[in-house]
Design a protein around this ligand. Sequence first.
Ligand SMILES: Cc1cc2nc3c(=O)[nH]c(=O)nc-3n(C[C@H](O)[C@H](O)[C@H](O)COP(=O)(O)OP(=O)(O)OC[C@H]3O[C@@H](n4cnc5c(N)ncnc54)[C@H](O)[C@@H]3O)c2cc1C
Length: 187
Amino acid sequence: MVVLEKDSLPRHKTCDGGVTYRAIQLLPVDIREVIELECYSAELNMIDASLHFSTKRQQPIISMTSREKFDFFLVSAAKDAGADVLADCKVIGIINKSDKVELITSKGILSARFAVAADGARGVVAQKAGWQETRYLIPALECEVFVCESVLRRFSRAARFDFGIVSYGYAWVFPKKEHLSIGVLSM
Ligand SMILES: Cc1cc2nc3c(=O)[nH]c(=O)nc-3n(C[C@H](O)[C@H](O)[C@H](O)COP(=O)(O)OP(=O)(O)OC[C@H]3O[C@@H](n4cnc5c(N)ncnc54)[C@H](O)[C@@H]3O)c2cc1C
């Protein structure tokens, strides 16, 4: 098995890196070493209606990682399990043949029995393979914000979601070990 990645690794990915408890249970590897902080609480604020909800669980609701480190950990686990990883290798085109698929990449042509397109929300591999475009775009902004100790402490108890700030969307604050990941999106 070969994993192709267009960027060099580890690579940045715009994401808040929150992994739900259920997702962690489904992973075949133990990801504890890349978890920065675990949130046993989540807060939902409906700012314009002045409504505030919070919940607390026995298990972490969401565990916070940095995507750069989390993804590199997963790629390394795949390598340990026997996969070849080709970084800096961008898929540019696909040729479907009766018995195989040919991937035209920035590093030459590769043949395989089949290819799995796992190239993300903005990936083009499925389209190049002849699948129809079905995606909606949801614009989002995300920022890694370094704050003073007291602000970090104030926000580090819970994953926070604020509605009523942007139309058809919400903002969030995900606490990490040394900073906050803050974002906003609108559907
Ligand atoms: C602002 C923001 C915050 C988010 N926060 C969270 C969160 O906290 N928790 C959560 O669960 N989800 C979150 N998400 C969603 C999450 O990021 C995605 O669902 C997830 O990354 C999808 O994973 P993936 O492996 O399918 O794609 P990706 O993580 O995008 O990985 C695709 C990979 O394919 C590579 N690639 C692309 N094109 C090619 C090509 N042509 N050839 C070779 N390689 C290629 C890319 O470089 C990339 O490494 C967030 C998304 C955004 C935008």
